[in-house]
Design a protein around this ligand. Structure first.
Ligand code: DGL
Length: 265
């Protein structure tokens, strides 16, 4: 069996592009419909009830695009609403947290894992819970990095301000963990700076890349891969803010030209 419909991706903004990029690399035949809510990003500092409401709006938008699967390419939305959306829909819904948690357990040698995330993700304590449910001995140090996602949304993730902010935020974690989960899909854009501050010996876990591997497993399991001979319609990107600003970040990160349209939810 095959299913040629696209895979839906949602995020508060451009962060989910880190997951989309991995999917394009790992499964080049699949097509993506992406919605980023940049007009209301960051989600991290918002109350859970509001994140839940916004996430449902993104889900309903993707359902109008006839997607065969939805990927929560946002840790914050996963922490707040993934369980209930997954229960409510009859298509597979994948989050980024479980794949990241398992990868961290696999990678750590010292048993000391750090987790970076938005205020909501860290406050939810979900990474610690998922990691320790699988591996109770693993020590988890969690750190909220509320300044990181805005640096990425404003396309200043390579700036000297970004270096300063990352250095000041992560200074205290250096030397304490051998594995660090980038528990927000915006953070892989800051990866070179984070790696530099933490030291080359620290293993960084990109929850998005881990998630792309799980998408592949689910497509196989449900036998809903896209046929290699299906006609290409192209990936489609939607943003709630400026398409030009979205395109700037997306085209450089994905290294291709893309089709972006503005939507109101
Ligand atoms: N990209 C998101 C995440 O993975 C959220 C960033 C934000 O909007 O605060 O958590």
């Amino acid at each position: 069996m095959m299913d040629n419909r696209p895979i839906g991706f949602l995020d508060s903004g451009v962060g989910g592009l880190t997951v989309a990029r991995e999917l394009m690399r790992q499964l080049p035949h699949e097509e993506i419909v992406y919605i980023g809510d940049s007009a209301r990003a960051p989600y991290g500092p918002r109350p859970a009830e509001q994140i839940r409401e916004y996430t449902w709006q993104l889900v309903h938008f993707l359902l109008t695009k006839d997607v065969k699967m939805i990927v929560f390419a946002c840790n914050t939305a996963t922490a707040v609403a993934w369980e209930e959306v997954k229960e409510a829909l009859d298509i597979p819904v994948l989050g980024v947290i479980l794949p990241g948690a398992s990868a961290a357990i696999k990678a750590t040698k010292s048993g000391k894992v750090g987790v970076l995330g938005t205020s909501m993700t860290i406050q939810s304590d979900i990474y610690r819970q998922k990691i320790q449910a699988l591996s109770p001995e693993t020590d988890v140090s969690s750190l909220a990095c509320p300044k990181f996602a805005p640096l990425v949304e404003s396309n200043s993730y390579q700036s000297s301000l970004a270096k300063k902010v990352v250095y000041e935020t992560l200074g205290g974690l250096k030397g304490k963990v051998d594995t660090l989960v980038l528990g927000c899909t915006h953070y892989p854009l800051l990866r070179p700076i984070i790696q530099n501050v933490m030291g080359q010996e620290v293993k960084l876990i990109d929850s998005g890349a881990e998630c792309a591997r799980d998408i592949s497993v689910l497509l196989n399991y449900f036998e809903i891969n896209r046929s290699r001979t299906a006609e290409k319609t192209g990936h489609k990107f939607y943003t709630t803010a400026s398409p030009a600003a979205f395109r700037d970040i997306a085209e450089s990160w994905l290294d291709r030209t893309i089709d972006v349209e503005r939507v109101t939810l």
